[in-house]
Design a protein around this ligand. Structure first.
Ligand code: ADE
Length: 240
């Protein structure tokens, strides 16, 4: 997969070039092409923005440098603009994007986009109901969530499948040594060696965590009869 990013601050993207994603880059599992769209300006001062038509405070990013930067790309794939008014990013989108050959992100900074820039993109996507100074951090989050799903990026490929959101439940609690930390003990079942019991316990704990922290996720999920029974048990236990 090749990911293009149009940004005024390519230096901000170092977090994607260390740790697991960095190793993935070195191993050629994915490619990152950072494009500074200021390089596509034609005026002597290399302006990328201008004052808004109709007046008002602030500056507005101009379409020309961004259009030229986009046109310079060999393969754009899906083009994504990051902005607070977009639809909210989620794991399902990361999974769908991870199957693409190419992706292109357009990051604004400080200011708004000329409305016509949105027409250059296939999707406008937000990472949540808050406003950041630019699209770089949202773009990095979305790239991280997408690239980690590519084959060979995570050390243990099973861990991407088993975790939160991928099956509509939050993760069950995990423990490692010591078995007793200042009186806080690891649940006994986990040291029992009974794999069937452990799997059942984990399934129930995942349901419980989802019920307590993200009940909206349970409403969206079709529960099996076994899960419905576990959920009834959990509710009864919580009422005790
Ligand atoms: N740019 C500024 N704030 C943003 C947000 N919440 N999501 C995506 N892009 C943004």
């Amino acid at each position: 997969m090749k990911i293009n990013v149009l940004t005024l601050f390519p230096d901000m993207f170092t977090p994607l070039q260390v740790s697991m994603l960095g190793r993935g880059l070195e191993d050629g599992k994915w490619k990152l092409n950072l494009v500074n769209f200021r390089d596509f300006t034609t005026d002597v001062h290399h302006h990328v923005d201008d004052t808004p038509y109709g007046g008002g405070a602030g500056m507005v990013l101009q379409i020309m440098p961004i259009k030229k930067a986009l046109d310079s790309l060999k393969e754009k794939g899906k083009v994504i603009i990051t902005a607070p008014q977009g639809k909210t990013f989620n794991e399902e989108m990361a999974q769908s994007w991870s199957k693409e050959e190419n992706l292109t992100f357009i990051c604004g900074h400080y200011e708004g986009f000329d409305q016509r820039i949105y027409d250059l993109a296939d999707e406008t996507v937000s990472i949540g109901d808050y406003v950041l100074t630019g699209g770089e951090l949202p773009t990095m989050s979305m790239i991280d969530a997408t690239v980690r799903l590519l084959p060979g990026i995570l050390g243990n490929s099973a861990s991407a499948v088993e975790e939160s959101f991928s099956h509509g439940l939050l993760e069950y609690p995990q423990y490692t040594r010591p078995a007793d930390f200042e009186g806080k003990k690891v649940p006994e079942v986990l040291t029992s060696g009974n794999h069937q019991k452990i799997a059942q316990w984990r399934h129930k704990q995942a349901l419980k965590a989802t019920l307590l922290h993200r009940p909206d996720m349970l409403e969206k999920r079709e529960l099996t009869i076994q899960e419905q029974e576990m959920l009834n048990e959990i509710k009864a236990e919580l009422n005790e």
